[in-house]
Design a protein around this ligand. Structure first.
Ligand code: SF4
Length: 225
């Protein structure tokens, strides 16, 4: 599929300079990135993964402990939940490009455990060129921002998941995007709020699958259309 060149980086937040090169070249260059301090304590850069011609790109927040150890996005407990939901909706995970807003794991130690910490605004800004480059190389037809960090990177700081989750927005003339809950946030919830958010994330992913396949959105058991 050929596309017209995009007129701009499709992110609401500013990007200084977008690195050039193929996805493979970008991944190699990002492995040596020192643009913010997060590389020092993390094991490795966790760049995006998936086919270069993927029509769907899912953007999370940051790699977690498992992702840092294995060097792949969405391979920890949250990734497992995401993969289950994608399968329920009929989206093959191998057809989807998975990435994060920030490419290194940020954590603090508590005893022997590495506890996740949110990347700050400067770290997010330093990493944005990599996400911009992924978007410009892939030119996905549909993008899903998982969690507030990814959503605000795409749509701006005023974006609120609680208010605008699940609504499609045009990122540019080629790409539509929506935001939904990050699966790791759902795993931290308890009781009915967790069930509710889970239903919403499932509904949003099934809405993406419906656009990909051109068929009506699946409504897995327990969900409401
Ligand atoms: S988090 Fe991003 S900007 Fe910071 S060192 Fe890693 S790849 Fe570079």
């Amino acid at each position: 599929m050929s596309h017209a060149a995009p007129s701009r980086v499709p992110l609401a937040k500013p990007v200084e300079a977008v690195p050039a090169g193929s996805l493979r070249q970008l991944r190699l260059r990002a492995a040596d990135c020192r643009a913010c301090p997060l590389w020092r304590d993390a094991t490795r850069t966790v760049f995006g993964a998936g086919p270069a011609r993927a029509a769907v790109m899912l953007i999370g927040e940051q790699p977690g402990d498992q992702e840092d150890r294995r060097g792949e996005p969405f391979v920890g407990p949250a990734g497992q939940l995401l993969r289950e939901l994608l399968a329920e909706c009929g989206l093959a995970v191998d057809d989807v490009y998975l990435t994060n807003t920030v490419k290194h794991f940020k954590f603090r130690m508590r005893g022997k455990r590495r506890l996740h910490q949110r990347a700050n605004a400067a770290e997010q800004a330093a990493c944005r060129p990599w996400l911009a480059a992924e978007l410009l190389r892939l030119r996905p037809r549909w993008v899903v921002a998982l969690g507030a960090m990814a959503a605000q990177t795409l749509f701006g700081d005023a974006f609120r998941l609680t208010r605008e989750r699940g609504r499609w927005h045009a990122l540019d003339e080629h790409t539509d995007a929506l935001a939904s809950w990050h699966p790791s946030a759902i795993l931290r919830m308890r009781g009915e709020p967790r069930e509710h958010a889970l239903r919403e994330l499932r509904r949003d992913l099934c809405a993406v699958a419906a656009r990909v396949t051109g068929s009506p959105a699946r409504t897995p058991s327990g969900d409401t259309p």
